[in-house]
Design a protein around this ligand. Sequence first.
Ligand code: PNS
Length: 188
Amino acid sequence: MKRIKAIYPGSFDPPTNGHLDLIERGSKIFDELVVAILRNPEKDPLFSVADRRKMLEAMTEGFDNVSVDTFEGLTVDYALRIDAKAILRGIRAISDYEYELQMALMNRKLQPGMETVFMMPAEKYSYLSSRLVREVAQLGGSIECLVPELVEQKLREKMDVALKFANGDRPAAKTPSDGKSKSRKKKA
Ligand code: PNS
């Protein structure tokens, strides 16, 4: 019987509930789905590839036919190497379409047999992106319901480390308003 393996490539910095929604949808139409994290030495990500892998592995442990991997170089080369027949990508809104179309057609040019399959995540995630999640978290806003709990926890840890690092420049000098921290640290 023919089994269809697909890859779901991306940066996942960090993975969001929108990604998880797409993974769930993809796992229903493909026999095997590999979530493939791009190792991009030119980018300066918030989370290391190892952290992103751990988060995605935890998020997808309930899916029997989903695995997580990392890759470098061209997506189509990686897909070919692991014998995947399709590339899964999400389209949230019309604004995604142009870039995704461009990528899909370039991938087809590079590897004519490789199909790109687009799926739409749930409408409630249509405004959600890793970039916005990073920004909101970094500025102290709530990202509850936008990312799985473990990702929220990891983001909080990152923000705490960043805060400690920033405060390290100004050693704990007591101020007149002693006891009242001026930090933006969120309550646990
Ligand atoms: O989550 P992202 O950042 O939107 O994912 C983009 C990604 C990783 C799918 C894309 O940048 C990619 O495929 N990069 C690998 C290099 C490559 O194949 N480039 C040609 C794509 S047309």
